[in-house]
Ligand binder design. Structure first.
Ligand code: F0G
Length: 500
């Protein structure tokens, strides 16, 4: 008996309202398909697929108030049907695994409440944890240090599993449920796997995680274990994990949940829609995102272009993508090769979430970079660590990969690409507590120590620019170990007071 035939993923899903139909189209040869192969690659040319929508036309003001109404009222699933009296708290559906939510529950999700801009997935397959609905913060101190007064952070680390992955995962895990898969799988630097494991558990599916051994943070690994995934630490890097998984899905009936899966991209689009809603549908001048496998930049860019097409916004923000110097294949693709090719590399950075040398979605990201007039930048390890401490000092905090956005902004400011009066939104992708090890090492002054105990600008094989200075000591706040005496604490307080 040969290997089990992989299931195909049916995707031609006319919306219930029948006015909008979603199709999959190849970004390379343009072929459209009724269903996707298990690796979500075009069967003609092997390139990535994306959803396109036919026949959608909405009255922008009606759509905006429909979305707002959903968020602000429990028990009211559409305009014209207001809830009266007590809010209706709906019971979870029974007898369908744990997937299946009423439209009232979907309305409370910052992803599903924007479903008019998504392919249709029936409610009985929806797996939601109330994701999205993330805060937009003004970064007071960072605004002063960058000279950009209107500086905001959209904190996607405030999602149920503490990273932006949940917005794509709720949607893609639901599509796996709809297609009837028992197993879902991903290769990951830690956040996708945490998110997938949680959503699979909520939807009563089993999950397989492939992660690079020793190269993901404990926080992320612990999530995947706790949510019950079969977790395999492979002796390779992220790109090696991706290679093995792409072969596995062709042999076994497991549903691929990496961001080559176009449902992931659709769910992740909603972060940009929600951002525009928070800004009263006035687009900022710049949106800045970290670039790893480049799914997120592709998703946010796709949302911007679609919102423009639907007249939900009147102009496009510039979407800029920032990479770590040691994991900069996209930066080099744009700057050195004019976007003509992407050369894969062996990636190395302390920001393990974006330690990726062969990003799958580079062509999609290139397209949105060009369509919005954005820029690419690369930042050193020291610049990342300093930017992270600055975001922390604003009382917000994030994981290292998210901090490349602030470090990149400083460079874009220095080059004059971002002007002082412009409005800038940084997309913070992961929560501070995802990688406490990095934070503690930085504040203790251990992050950049060479094996001989000398402070350097990078560590071991982590690449960093020659000119980078060692991190500013003023950003560090190492814990003090002192005697349990009132006098010692008062002395520490007085010393801190004279420093500020
Ligand atoms: N920031 C964080 C915190 C991430 O976890 C990732 C990617 C990125 C930025 C980059 O986003 O890949 O869409 O360009 N993490 C993936 C993972 C690869 O497996 O968790 P991207």
């Amino acid at each position: 008996m040969g290997p089990p035939r992989p299931q195909r993923n049916d995707v031609t899903v006319p919306s219930s309202a029948a006015e909008k139909t979603a199709f999959l189209r190849c970004i390379g040869c343009g072929a459209t398909n009724d269903s996707a192969a298990p690796d979500f690659r075009c069967t003609h040319c092997g390139d990535l697929l994306e959803f396109v929508f036919h026949g959608w036309s909405y009255e922008p003001t009606k759509l905006k108030s429909l979305w707002l109404n959903r968020r602000t009222s429990i028990g009211k699933s559409s305009i014209g049907r207001p809830s009266i009296g007590r809010p209706t708290i709906t019971k979870p559906a029974v007898g369908k695994g744990r997937a299946g939510h009423t439209s009232d529950e979907l309305d409370q999700s910052g992803v599903w409440r924007f479903r008019e801009m998504l392919p249709h997935i029936p409610e009985e397959h929806a797996i939601t944890m109330g994701e999205g609905n993330t805060p937009l913060y003004h970064l007071h101190r960072c605004a002063r240090s960058t000279g950009v007064e209107n500086l905001f952070a959209k904190h996607q680390g405030m999602n149920p599993t503490a990273s932006f992955k949940d917005t794509g995962m709720t949607f893609a895990a639901s599509s796996a449920h709809q297609a009837g898969f028992r197993w879902v799988a991903c290769a990951s630097t830690g956040n996708t796997s945490a998110s997938m494991a949680a959503y699979a558990a909520r939807g009563n599916m089993s999950s397989l995680v492939l992660i690079p051994e020793g190269k993901i943070s404990w926080g992320k690994l612990s999530q995947s274990l706790d949510y019950g995934a079969l977790t395999c630490q492979l002796r390779t890097d992220f790109d090696g994990c991706v290679r093995i998984l792409s072969e596995l899905v062709l042999q076994k009936p497991v549903y691929l949940l990496n961001s080559v899966n176009p449902y992931r991209i659709e769910g992740q689009k909603t972060a940009a829609i929600e951002l525009m809603e928070q800004l009263g549908w006035e687009a900022p001048d710049h949106i800045i995102v970290p670039g790893g496998n480049l799914g997120n930049s592709s998703a946010i860019g796709k949302a911007l272009l679609e919102m423009r097409e639907l007249n939900l916004i009147s102009r496009l923000p510039k979407l800029s993508i920032i990479q770590a110097e040691g994991a900069n294949p996209f930066y080099r693709c744009v700057r050195e090769f004019g976007g003509a090719k992407l050369e894969a590399m062996a990636a190395e950075t302390f920001a393990t979430a974006i330690r990726i040398g062969n990003p799958a979605s580079w062509k999609k990201a290139l397209r949105v970079l060009r369509a919005t007039g954005g820029e690419v930048e690369q930042v050193s390890e020291v610049e990342i660590a300093e930017a992270k401490a600055e975001i922390g000092a604003d009382g917000i905090g994030c994981e290292p990969a998210s901090a490349v956005t602030l470090a990149g902004l400083k460079k874009l400011r220095a080059r004059g690409f971002v002007k002082p009066g412009e409005m800038v939104v940084l997309i913070l992708t992961g929560h501070l507590l995802k990688d406490p090890d990095f934070t503690i090492k930085f504040h203790r002054g251990d992050l950049f120590l060479s094996p001989e105990g000398k402070e350097t600008t990078g560590s071991g094989s982590v690449a960093t620019s020659q000119a980078a200075p060692i991190p500013q000591k003023s950003l560090r706040r190492a814990p003090l170990v002192i005697d349990a005496e009132l006098g010692a604490v008062i002395a520490a307080l007085d010393a801190a007071e004279t420093k500020t």
